[in-house]
Design a protein around this ligand. Structure first.
Ligand SMILES: Nc1ncnc2c1ncn2[C@@H]1O[C@H](COP(=O)(O)OP(=O)(O)OP(=O)(O)O)[C@@H](O)[C@H]1O
Length: 251
């Protein structure tokens, strides 16, 4: 039987009385890449923010690895194994590409970076950091400050940073927003490689990205789950088409 790593149970959220989530039941299985889609204003970003601890739900539960984590703050969720990237870029701007990734590696290994660390430990960290930079095609930008990277590379760094702590679940909020077609193509390729065999939840507008990455999709509409299924099933569901057409967007 498949195991849910993440579940929301009758989740509600309102912005000062404006009901945005109205009883969301989401189930994410361990090892799957799960996309959350839906027309504008469906509540996707709000749901993302409630799951990742930016907001506390007004009612309902968020269950992560079988534990009720409703209202837990992001750093606590991170310690429990929930990684995330942000829609707003979240790298350390003044640090180099190398230093950014090293932060993630250090955090995964539970090491604080200081002059008293054992040299062999730091060598291991450096080796691992370089291996990641190689894998994400940022080897040439090793010493460049994160700020100096192109938009696409910066966002790739961000996703890699989220993955470098080796989370049990990674939550990605529109990782390809604002990218060109080429950048999007590269980012999808990178995300696919980095999340191989891992569990990922992605909130994404770009349907090409969703259909090429997701094993399963949950469609939100008016703050509730409208449909759940494999990409092909979702593509052919009349109620999903109707929800999108009502918002002049095609699936
Ligand atoms: N900080 C806020 N204060 C008040 N209302 C908000 C706030 N953020 C979002 N909303 C409203 O909540 C509803 C859901 O917004 P949300 O951003 O979660 O939807 P979404 O599905 O992510 O939309 P989009 O596809 O446009 O990104 C919208 O009606 C939006 O106007």
């Amino acid at each position: 039987m498949s195991e849910n790593i993440l579940e929301t149970i009758k989740l509600f959220y309102d912005y000062s009385g404006l009901q945005v989530l109205t009883g969301v039941d989401l189930q994410v299985e361990k090892g799957e890449r799960h996309a959350i889609i839906g027309p504008n204003g469906a509540g996707k970003t709000t749901l993302f923010n409630v799951i990742t601890g930016m907001y506390s739900p007004s009612r309902g539960k968020v269950m992560f690895k079988g534990k009720n984590v409703s209202g837990f703050k992001p750093h606590k969720l991170s310690r429990l194994g929930m990684g995330r990237s942000f829609q707003i870029t979240s790298t350390f701007h003044n640090l180099s590409t190398f230093q950014n990734i090293r932060m993630g590696v250090l955090s995964r290994m539970g090491i604080r970076f200081n002059m008293f660390n054992r040299v062999d430990k730091m060598e291991e960290v450096t080796k691992e950091t370089n291996a990641i930079l190689e894998r994400i095609n940022l080897k040439e930008e090793t010493h460049a400050p994160a700020d100096a990277l192109s938009y696409g590379k910066h966002r790739s760094l961000e996703v890699s940073l989220a993955m470098s702590t080796d989370p049990d679940l990674v939550m990605l909020d529109e990782p390809t927003a604002g990218m060109s077609r080429d950048e999007t193509h590269n980012a999808v390729d990178l995300i696919r490689r980095l999340t191989e065999g891992k569990t990922m939840v992605i909130v994404e507008h770009d349907m090409d990205v969703v259909f090429s990455l997701a094993d399963r999709i949950t469609v939100l509409h008016h703050g509730k789950v409208l449909a759940v299924g494999k990409p092909d099933e979702i593509r052919n569901m009349k109620e999903v088409k109707d929800a999108y057409l009502g918002h002049r967007r095609e699936v």
